[in-house]
Design a protein around this ligand. Structure first.
Ligand code: ADP
Ligand code: MG
Length: 619
């Protein structure tokens, strides 16, 4: 059902709500959408036609903040107040970063060494979450300006190797920027989506995504099965990228200057000019065989072959990571079906050539490599907006969802990897006579015991009319809508009493956590099966104790003294077994108790039957 919103800016009715896709990069950030008419994803550009917003922030003396291209000149003039690479700081503590303080021109506050790092700019303190939120706010306002409509929902990408804390920090940054972050997705997954890989339902493919950006390199091996993406392995170097190429070009040029001019080299402003010229030349070499830059009146040139030589040691390092990623995924290079290039630095012809040779197959490079991630995020956003029904397969529950049943067992209602939207209902009943409420505890996970899974929430279904145990029919329904919101409803069908809660299953659950929970379920599978068997035996044993007791109390007059004492002894033995961790002992003692009770139970039943028959005769 399409939602109709009102555009506050124009007062016009808006048919569908725009959800934007955001690539929050270390060097550059972008925002993209799927065009509502043409159905193609595209990146939103500013008035001057620029798609990339440099991830740079300048903090003014009065706390005024400049983001993007306008902040770049301050890298040179006010380095201590100009923040770059904030993505590297996400979810990190001061201790995590202290040893790399030298790589940053701004200061990490030393006041709290244990907690999450703060950036100190004179007397002002900022968390990486706040700083990222300023970049996101800039992207949000760019989108609103271009689309002439408020934007409040987004999909944001993160590297596949981001951990729990880093993902949560990214989510929080979105929230702080006034964005409802519907989903955090992996950058390589987004890039694959942008190339339409994994689109058709029956597709099963292994993809290598090679991402060489400004300051970081990573490669991920993904597996797509029926529209489900799984990261098999990821490797990389968080200090390897285009910045290294720039530095290497500067070094190459400086070697050509006579030593007499040496002192000038130490001057950081001069170095910065060299760096800017190097970047320009590097970019030109993508389309020209040779390019020139001018620094302080002197001309420096570089040709393709020279760039290739400069880049070679860096490429070698990236290919080692690729090899490692293959080993971790337990795959050979021949198993890779598709190779996707991501990141501005993959524009360099030398990189393309080497990566193609390494994987022995043509690479996907037709899209702008610095836009692919944002484009993929936009596609994911479009799917979440419900505009692309063909893609619903991509939305799956990462872990099973279920409720706690007797003995702390997990009863799965929606299995892992189920498609969403999804709905399932199952009936339960009460354990005690006259039980007037039922606790519904919702869990996520693959283990048999709820204590090993993750609790999502619980509620009480109250007001069940008094009935004998087993008689009430409580229907528990799980409904997951396309946004991934789970609603759990419990209804006692005889009386109609009803209660429900809404749960966001995804919230705070990172891919890493999902992975951990899945791995645990595999390693504990055997353990879990025996535990489940024990719990089931106990539940059955307790049930038998209850029914036997009821029976004996009701029909005591019809039982012999021996039968009564034998029953009491067998019950005592079973009671003891129930407290032990031995399933077969419980079963054995249940059998023993049944042996004793069977003869008199039959006798009593026969009597009841003949009484009923004789009764009929009389009347
Ligand atoms: P990140 O993902 O780290 O934010 P990007 O993917 O935007 O980074 O890549 C930025 C890097 O790409 C910069 O180092 C930039 O110099 C480099 N780059 C962009 N275009 C080219 C090009 N034509 N040739 C070589 N390098 C390029
Ligand atoms: Mg990137």
């Amino acid at each position: 059902m399409p939602k109709i919103g009102i555009n506050i800016a124009t007062g016009s009715l808006q048919q569908t709500e725009m959800i934007v896709g955001i690539d929050l990069g270390t060097t550059n950030s972008l925002v993209a959408i799927v065009h509502p008419d043409t159905r193609t994803p595209f990146v939103l550009k500013d008035q001057s036609g620029l798609a990339l917003i440099p991830s740079i922030l300048h903090i003014g003396k009065q706390g005024n903040i400049t983001v993007g291209e306008a902040a770049r000149p301050f890298l040179q003039t006010e380095p201590a107040q100009t923040i770059f690479s904030v993505k590297r700081l996400m979810g990190k503590s001061y201790q995590d970063l202290a040893k790399s303080q030298d790589l940053f021109t701004y200061k990490f506050s030393e006041e709290d060494r244990e907690g999450l790092v703060k950036i100190q700019v004179e007397q002002q303190y900022f968390s990486p979450i706040e700083l990222s939120s300023f970049i996101l706010r800039e992207l949000k306002s760019r989108a609103e300006h271009m689309l002439k409509t408020p934007v409040s929902k987004a999909v944001i990408t993160v590297p596949a190797y981001f951990n729990d804390a880093q993902r949560q920090a990214t989510r929080d940054a979105g929230k702080l920027a006034g964005l409802d972050v519907l989903r955090i997705i992996n950058e390589p997954t987004a890039a694959s989506l942008a190339y339409g890989l994994g689109v058709s339902a029956a597709e099963s493919k292994t993809i290598a995504v090679y991402d060489l950006g400004g300051g970081t390199f990573d490669v991920s091996i993904l597996q797509i099965n029926n529209g489900i993406f799984e990261v098999l392995s990821t490797h990389g170097d968080t200090y390897l990228g285009g910045d290294d190429v720039d530095r290497a070009i500067v070094d190459f040029w400086l070697q050509q200057i006579p030593e007499v001019q040496g002192p000038q080299k130490e001057n950081s402003t001069t170095l910065q000019s060299y760096r800017l010229a190097a970047i320009q030349v590097k970019h030109q070499l993508t389309t020209h065989p040779i390019a020139e830059g001018i620094v302080e009146g002197q001309t420096f040139s570089l040709d393709q072959t020279q760039l290739e030589q400069i880049v070679m040691p860096l490429v070698e390092r990236t290919l080692n990571c690729c090899q490692q990623a293959l080993v971790d995924a337990k795959l050979a290079v021949q198993n890779i079906d598709e190779v996707v290039l991501v990141g501005g630095s993959t524009r360099m012809p030398a990189i393309k050539k080497k990566v193609t040779a390494f994987f022995g197959r043509p690479v996907h490079d037709t899209l702008d490599p610095d836009q692919v991630v944002a484009l993929g995020a936009a596609i994911q956003a479009d799917i979440l907006a419900g505009n692309n029904k063909d893609f619903l397969l991509l939305d799956i529950t990462p872990l099973s969802l279920g409720i706690e049943t007797i003995g702390g067992l997990m009863d799965v209602l929606i299995p892992r990897n189920a498609k969403i939207p999804s709905r399932i209902a199952r009936q339960y009943t009460t354990q005690q006579d006259g039980q007037d409420s039922m606790r519904i505890a919702v869990y996520q996970g693959e283990r048999d015991m709820v204590q090993d899974n993750r609790k999502l929430g619980e509620f009480n279904l109250t007001g069940i009319p008094g009935m004998p145990a087993g008689l009430p029919k409580v229907e528990v329904a799980f409904v997951i809508n396309a946004d991934g919101i789970l609603t759990v409803r419990a209804k006692e069908l005889r009386s109609g009493v009803e209660q429900q809660i809404a749960i966001k299953p995804q919230y705070g659950l990172t891919d890493h956590e999902v992975e951990r929970l899945l791995l645990e379920s595999i390693t504990h599978a055997k353990d879990d099966i025996s535990k489940r068997a024990l719990v089931e035996a106990r539940t059955e044993g307790e049930q038998l104790m209850k029914t036997t007791e009821k029976f004996v109390t009701k029909h005591a007059a019809l039982l012999s003294k021996e039968e009564l004492s034998a029953t009491a002894a067998a019950m005592q033995a079973l009671q003891l077994a129930l407290t032990m961790q031995d399933k077969s002992l419980i079963n054995q003692r249940m059998e023993a108790l049944n042996e004793i009770s069977r003869p008199y139970a039959e006798r009593v039943m026969d009597r009841a039957v003949s009484a009923a028959l004789s009764g009929q005769k009389i009347k």
